[in-house]
Design a protein around this ligand. Structure first.
Ligand SMILES: Nc1ncnc2c1ncn2[C@@H]1O[C@H](COP(=O)(O)OP(=O)(O)O)[C@@H](O)[C@H]1O
Ligand SMILES: [Mg+2]
Length: 259
């Protein structure tokens, strides 16, 4: 049996007296989309922050394809194949779509700009290749983005900005994609279209694993293969969407006791 792509055990994150993650055991197999839900403040974003090396966990371990994640810098975690989007838009709105997406590739790549300054042809070729790569990726989400790569990101609609953010995460060719509330600020119709894109992308990249944090239960039902529910940093449920909506602990966490 091969190890899961991501294996976390006993993952714990304390902020002073507050326990944001409390002994989490989570495994994610290749090609699986996990729907991660839980009330506000239950630790979903903290889980992503720990997995991407932004925070050092107080206890516990996490391995990506059997390699210890926490031995690596955030940059090395990115190179090892973990990419994310943020809950709040992190695009540079006055910069071009290309600059925004290319950043996702350049963060992890050594272009050796200083050395290459004197080898302009090689640099030119590398930039041309990157433009092609960005254009092809953007085209998979929306051809209208691919044909306007040098327009400022701020000139696009909300859904296209989300697409650009997802492209920035995908350009580094990750093995594990972490999406933090991609539907935030969008209409239900925009959300539905963005999820169509995601499902299409998943079909073409069958090995990619995704953890999707989302409040919209319709979205969770449509895209996830398995659901995990956090409450006060603890995993209170793991299973199918059908089992999730029937689960008493989950209902209590969302609605309070008495329901
Ligand atoms: N950097 C931090 N410093 C102190 N407390 C934090 C920090 N980040 C998150 N928290 C706390 O950890 C808990 C979990 O937060 P978060 O992971 O953002 O929840 P969620 O994404 O599920 O809404 C919250 O109580 C939050 O206030
Ligand atoms: Mg959050």
């Amino acid at each position: 049996m091969t190890a899961p792509l991501l294996a976390c055990s006993g993952l714990t994150m304390r902020f002073g007296g507050l326990v944001a993650l409390d002994g989490l055991d989570i495994a994610v197999e290749r090609g699986t989309t996990i729907g991660l839900v839980g009330p506000n403040g239950s630790g979903k974003t903290t889980f992503f922050n720990v997995l991407t090396g932004l925070y050092r966990p107080s206890a516990g371990a996490a391995a990506l394809a059997d390699e210890d994640i926490f031995a690596k810098s955030p940059q090395a975690i990115g190179r090892a194949g973990v990419a994310r989007t943020f809950q709040h838009c992190r695009l540079m709105l006055d910069q071009s779509v290309f600059d925004n997406i290319a950043l996702g590739a350049l963060r992890h790549r050594h272009l050796g700009l200083a050395a290459q300054f004197f080898r302009r042809r090689r640099l030119r070729e590398e930039i041309d290749a990157l433009v092609d790569q960005v254009r092809q990726l953007a085209n998979r989400f929306n051809p209208a983005i691919a044909t306007a790569l040098f327009e400022p990101a701020g000139s696009f609609t909300m859904i296209d900005r989300r697409r650009i953010e997802i492209c920035r995460a995908l350009i580094a060719n990750p093995r594990l994609l972490l999406l933090d509330e991609p539907s935030a600020g969008m209409t239900p119709e925009e959300t539905r279209r963005l999820m169509d894109d995601l499902l299409e992308f998943r079909r073409e990249s069958p090995d990619l694993a995704v953890i999707l944090v989302e409040h919209e239960m319709d979205v969770i039902r449509r895209v996830s293969n398995r659901c995990i529910v956090l409450n006060f940093g603890r995993k209170i449920f793991e299973g199918s969407f059908e089992a999730l909506i029937e689960d008493r602990d989950v209902q209590t966490a969302y609605l309070g006791s008495g329901h």
